[in-house]
Design a protein around this ligand. Sequence first.
Ligand code: CA
Length: 228
Amino acid sequence: MSVRILLVEDEAAIADFITRGLIEEGFTIKHASTGTQAWEAMTTSDWDLILLDWSLPGEEGLSLLHRFRDSKSNTPVMFLTARDAVSDRVIGLNAGADDYLCKPFAFEELLARVRSLTRRHDVQPSTILTFDDLQIDMANQRVDRNGNRIDLTSKEYVLLTLFIRRHGQVLSRNDIYEQVWQEPYDGISNTLEVHIKELRRKLESHGKRLIYTIRGQGYKLEGHYETA
Ligand code: CA
């Protein structure tokens, strides 16, 4: 499983630059651009690292971090901010940030710090994720539905976990290609359709439909989500 990073950043150009760079390095990235989106993502999914912008529309990064640490989460958090005063660094680190990087920064520096922060946490406990009647053993990449083992290829597994992490959201073809195949959709290939068809066939042999086609937009997974 690749390392999963939540990027909280409201400036599209910076978010795009970081996302592309980290995907190229093999990380899995989810992007949130407002305080509300960030809190939702921080509290409904497990991350190996959170890259947190300080100034955000809605709730600010500092406040999000305070709440996050109050909820006893120890996921590493790195602030990305234009605030370079020593007093701000101290406030950020005191709030529970593990690192602090001032904008503008070179991608290589970000990458070095991301690697360092995720290395310390790369021993992953066995995690069973439950989604509707699916059970996903994240450590062993094993999927069961209603007690039936479902054999997935590694791409199908990555595709399924992407849908589960972003359940209820419509994922465009481009989104999915970038996350699963780490390249933009070329507009022609039917690789994704073939994988969706196969994933549905395997999942639906033991239960109802979970992955829906949203015409002209992409795909969406719907069902009941809980972490166990
Ligand atoms: Ca900002």
